[in-house]
Design a protein. Structure first.
Length: 193
């Protein structure tokens, strides 16, 4: 019950979100936990149940980033995801599964590593969007429509991406009962990670 939207650029990634936490009964509250956290050289955006966010934000130690020039896709697959899965399993967060089913966790995650965005699915697989546009949460589809209208896929500047994301998240807040509060934007550059 969140709105998170992100734009992938050439050597940078920008993630925008709102700050409301909505409880099961529909009541909402302002919380100390953020929907996007900067941790050990990563930007981690979380939507869905708070438990996964709590674990990644406060209980998990991310593995050391790979050396500059390394294959980030390979590191994300072979190092980062197993680390996240181990922490989720050790914390009792991984969803129980039937024989033959893929392992699952609860939540939606966008993770930026050295300016590269990854969408982490509930079965621990990942993907990148060719258009460089990402959304998660109950307000995500509203934000996606706004991003399309503002031609976010053509954005070549992180400052412009920040402005577009603020507008898109504001539109989602206006039309999604589960989104609200302040808007936060985070930028990560490839060379500064």
């Amino acid at each position: 019950m969140t709105t998170i939207a992100a734009i992938q650029g050439d050597g940078w990634a920008v993630i925008g979100c709102e700050s409301r936490t909505t409880l099961d009964g529909g009541r909402y509250m302002s919380t100390i936990s953020k929907k996007v956290v900067e941790r050990d050289g990563l930007l981690i955006a979380t939507a869905g149940g708070s438990r996964g966010a709590n674990i990644l934000h406060y209980g998990w130690k991310a593995p050391k980033l790979p050396p500059e020039g390394s294959d980030l896709d390979e590191w994300f697959t072979a190092t980062l995801i197993p680390s996240i899965r181990k922490e989720f399993t050790d914390s009792g967060f991984e969803v129980k599964r039937e024989d033959g089913e893929a392992a699952k966790h609860g939540g939606d995650y966008l993770i930026a590593v050295r300016g590269q965005l990854y969408y982490l699915f509930e079965d621990y697989s990942w993907e990148k969007d060719l258009n460089g546009i990402y959304v998660v949460g109950t307000g995500g589809e509203l934000a996606l429509g706004a991003l399309e209208a503002y031609k976010a896929h053509k954005c070549t500047d992180p400052k412009m991406a920040e402005k577009i994301l603020r507008l898109a998240v504001a539109i989602a807040i206006k039309h999604d009962n589960n989104s609200g509060g302040d808007i936060h934007v985070y930028t990560q550059y490839a060379q500064n990670s």
